[in-house]
Design a binder for this molecule. Structure first.
Ligand SMILES: [Zn+2]
Length: 342
């Protein structure tokens, strides 16, 4: 029904993997108030329209007919696995158009594995897995900052309401979308890899909105943990894997993953420490990932809130997010080994 078209048009497509609602995807920091309608902003440069099957039609030559618009040339990103039930046309802030089709699909169950993984998300390394492997942080925004700074300075010097200002605005928006595209692509590759390699995946439930208000905000948002965890979650469902979030109150960086002894909070620059009870030398992030794995296994087995494998109780009282819990080490600070001061 749909043909792959090789024309170079500004249209690209993406198909959601399952029938999902995208209305909740608007990431505004404000809490939604149920009593008030949320209007689209006149200044919001991201526009979209959702069409039912009576308003669009896939043509045999690879174009898409949209009522009142006509035939659209499309660069297909993939084949549609079934006939679409609706179409959303989106224009993003850098002027690109996207067609998103809603398609019913079957889950793509992968063969079962024996492996499972706990993941500790951070800034010095993007993720540390409980088997000790590290995924480095790509810091896409930090890399693009120099160019962004120049473009934003050029924008601020243009007269308000002028055509040159509108052009400069699009340049800034393009640079931002480049960063966002790279980050999303990278998240997809990393999350797919983790889901393929592990039967069960456990992640700490992070308080990103709280951390985003600290001095680490830019780095926290550049990492994009929420988008990454969201991808892990839906890919786990799609491929028949187990996924669980571990309570953020779990003292993942305080307890010893070997004996369960709680060694107290440690300053962020302490990257390595030795357990005061059993003498095991720990890498901070690897130890945290192992704790997340053990707690995740308990949750998956329906035995959460019981003492851990070594008999130590796990405190689950509500603890607000600590600003120093997920940061990167600062320059000039030495890594402290041995038993930290309590
Ligand atoms: Zn220990």
């Amino acid at each position: 029904m749909c043909q792959r078209s090789s024309c170079n048009s500004p249209f690209a497509t993406s198909t959601p993997p399952t029938r999902t609602s995208s209305t909740a995807s608007r990431a505004s920091g404000r809490a939604a108030r149920p009593d008030l309608p949320r209007y689209k902003s006149k200044k919001d440069t991201r526009q979209s329209i959702r069409l039912n099957t009576n308003a669009f039609c896939l043509q045999g030559d690879g174009t898409v007919y949209v009522a009142k618009v006509g035939n659209l040339k499309v660069t297909w990103s993939r084949w549609l696995p079934a006939a679409p039930t609706s179409l959303t046309v989106t224009k993003d802030s850098s002027g690109r158009y996207f067609l998103s089709f809603v398609v019913d699909t079957e889950p793509d169950i992968l063969p079962e594995l024996e492996t499972d993984a706990g993941i500790d998300l951070g800034l010095s390394a993007f993720a540390v897995l409980s088997d000790g492997s590290k995924i480095d942080s790509p810091r896409f925004l930090r890399r693009a900052e120099k160019k962004l700074k120049r473009l934003q300075r050029e924008l601020s010097r243009k007269a308000k309401g002028s055509k040159n200002r509108a052009k400069a605005r699009v340049k800034v928006a393009r640079q931002h979308t480049k960063v966002a595209d790279r980050r999303r692509d990278w998240h997809h590759k990393a999350s797919t890899q983790i889901i393929r390699d592990n039967q069960a995946v456990y992640v700490e439930d992070l308080a990103v909105s709280g951390l985003g208000r600290t001095r680490l905000a830019k780095s926290v948002h550049d990492a994009g943990w929420s988008a990454f965890v969201g991808m892990l979650e839906y890919k786990a469902v799609k491929h028949g894997r187990t996924f669980a979030k571990v309570d953020r109150a779990l003292p993942s960086s305080q307890a010893c993953s070997a004996c369960g002894f709680r060694d107290g909070p440690k300053p962020l620059h302490v990257r390595e420490w030795t357990c005061g009870a059993c003498g095991t030398a720990h890498d901070r992030d690897h130890n945290a990932a192992r704790n997340v794995l053990f707690e995740g296994r308990r949750i998956a087995a329906g035995r959460a809130e019981t003492p851990n494998a070594c008999g130590a109780p796990v405190r689950r009282a509500h603890v607000p997010a600590q600003r120093d819990e997920a940061g990167s080490p600062r320059k000039g600070q030495k890594t402290q080994a041995g038993i930290p001061e309590l």
